[in-house]
Design a protein around this ligand. Structure first.
Ligand code: BG6
Length: 488
């Protein structure tokens, strides 16, 4: 069997914000897993850079603890951990001043891939880019990785793009949307473009509607300050749900290469129609009546009693092109919902004529692609209910839960960040957003947000552990459709 792990070239990866939440929760535990898997070569070096003063030993200790806390729950191999920690060093740096830059330069080696991960507030992206350049830390092949939020509207995203473009080519800029690193999200492309079965039906003629749900059970947690300035539209729809929609709706690219894929996604975003006010439902979660203290309502959680920011949004949109013009796309995402569940459902049309008569009821094929948890794909097929009693029809799933189909190894879930960081080192931008894509996504998002701000719209309360406000269900019911149940 061909090895599934292909080691990447030796690299120097500098993580600005190296002591931050993302670095400790995701980036470094992810790198450790790639190290254990043999994908990160032992000659690779990771340099944490942040404001705090500390030495290498203290940084290694901090990251060792983070790996124990945020790793995958399996017992940590202590020998491997010590060897991995040896690859780490630390530089105290001032992103806007001069401190630390010479020391950082002293850590960089020649002839290895250089990558700089900006795991910091977007306000610092421009400063970091400028200083990297001023101190001669980058070459033509160096890469920078930037996190979301990439701007909060079109103007700020444009500005960020310009700030980075002053020092880096687009081919050097890796804008992360971690949803693109999820296993099943990539599988969407495999299912669509690796099978003959679906593509002929993948259009308005056969698809009644498409729904995309990303439901979370967590609330805003300790991120109230950030979240209340963003809301679900900026935090989830403009990026993650938009990317899912693109992969579902795009035309087949000529090749599976970065620009061919991103060109097709961009066309989808540019073809999105403006969203009508009555096709939007926003919500804010209320306190859990059973446990009001441990689960505060949204406004308490963000410490803003008058907040009008949404922790839930449902909307209906259309794509103005030949393939999709007559097929609505319903998007829904929220915090503190009844279950953690991300699912895309392609709901096919009724058969043109039922030979079984009215009493057989309405049956539709649904292809549901489950992103998390329990990744898998199900196709519901209508069959005869077994046994006597006439021709009664039922829907049963053709089920391909990856864990069942591929066994424990096949279903081994490489975290999105692990995959994406390895892609940066390999120099593959397919799963990263291009600057024009991000701008197009904001160009669609901005008028929607402006619209509700100008109307003085107040989000509707919804119960924690629910499927969102009733109005969201109505949005579908008005069209004689229903949301799929949010199940764990
Ligand atoms: C992040 C959002 O980008 O994605 C968070 O900022 C959200 O608010 C998270 O919770 C969801 O990611 P995942 O991978 O848990 O679905």
């Amino acid at each position: 069997m061909v090895s599934r792990v292909i080691p990447v070239d030796p690299f120097d990866l500098v993580i600005f914000g190296g002591t931050g939440d993302l670095a400790r929760r995701k980036i470094l535990p992810g790198l450790f897993r790639r190290y254990c898997a043999g994908q990160m070569p032992p000659e690779a070096r990771v340099i944490g850079a942040a404001r705090a003063e500390m030495d290498d030993a203290a940084y290694r200790e901090m990251i060792g603890e983070a790996i124990a806390e945020f790793g995958d729950g399996k017992a940590v191999d202590q020998d491997k951990l010590s060897a991995f920690l040896e690859t780490l060093s630390y530089v105290a740096i001032d992103a806007r001043g001069e401190t630390g830059w010479r020391a950082l330069a002293g850590h960089m080696r020649r002839k290895v891939v250089r990558a700089f991960y900006f795991s910091v507030a977007p306000g610092l992206f421009g400063d970091l880019a400028e200083r990297l350049n001023a101190h001669g830390l980058t070459d033509d092949d160096s890469r920078i990785v930037v996190e979301k939020p990439f701007g909060r509207d079109l103007a700020s995203a444009r500005q960020l793009n310009q700030d980075l473009a002053a020092f880096f080519d687009e081919r050097q800029i890796y804008r992360i949307d971690h949803y693109l690193g999820k296993e099943t999200v990539q599988n969407l492309m495999a299912v669509r473009f690796g099978n003959m079965l679906f593509e002929p039906l993948w259009n308005s003629q056969f698809v009644d509607h498409i729904q995309i749900t990303v439901a979370e059970t967590v609330g805003v947690g300790g991120r109230g300050d950030y979240y209340d300035k963003s809301g679900a539209m900026r935090d989830m729809v403009q990026n993650h749900l938009m990317q899912l929609l693109c992969l579902i709706a795009m035309e087949p690219p000529a090749r599976f290469d970065p620009d061919a894929v991103r060109d097709e996604k961009l066309k989808v975003i540019r073809a999105l129609e403006p969203v009508q006010p009555h096709h939007i439902v926003r919500g804010q979660y209320s306190a859990d009546p059973d446990d009001p203290e441990s689960l505060p309502d949204y406004r308490t959680a963000v410490e803003n009693p008058k907040s009008r920011t949404e922790s839930f949004i449902a909307l209906k949109t259309h794509i103005a092109n030949w393939r999709w013009a007559a097929t609505p796309f319903y998007l829904r995402t929220g915090k503190r919902m009844v279950a953690r569940s991300s699912e895309i459902s392609i709901v096919f049309k009724d058969t043109p004529h039922s030979i079984f008569g009215e009493e057989a009821g309405r049956h539709r094929n649904v292809l549901s692609i489950r992103l998390q948890p329990n990744e898998g794909i199900k196709l519901s097929v209508t069959i005869k209910e077994p046994g006597p009693g006439g021709m009664r029809l039922i829907d049963v799933p053709l089920d391909m839960t990856f864990a069942d189909a591929l066994g424990p190894d096949g279903a081994e879930n490489v975290d999105a960040y692990e995959r994406l960081i390895m892609d940066v080192i390999r120099g593959n931008q397919t799963l990263f957003m291009r600057g024009d894509e991000v701008e197009a996504a904001w160009a669609w998002t901005d008028p929607i947000i402006e619209g509700w701000t100008n109307r003085g719209d107040v989000p509707k309360p919804y119960d924690s552990h629910s499927a969102g406000p009733d109005a969201a269900a109505q949005l579908m019911r008005r069209d004689n459709r229903d949301w799929r149940e949010v199940t764990p």
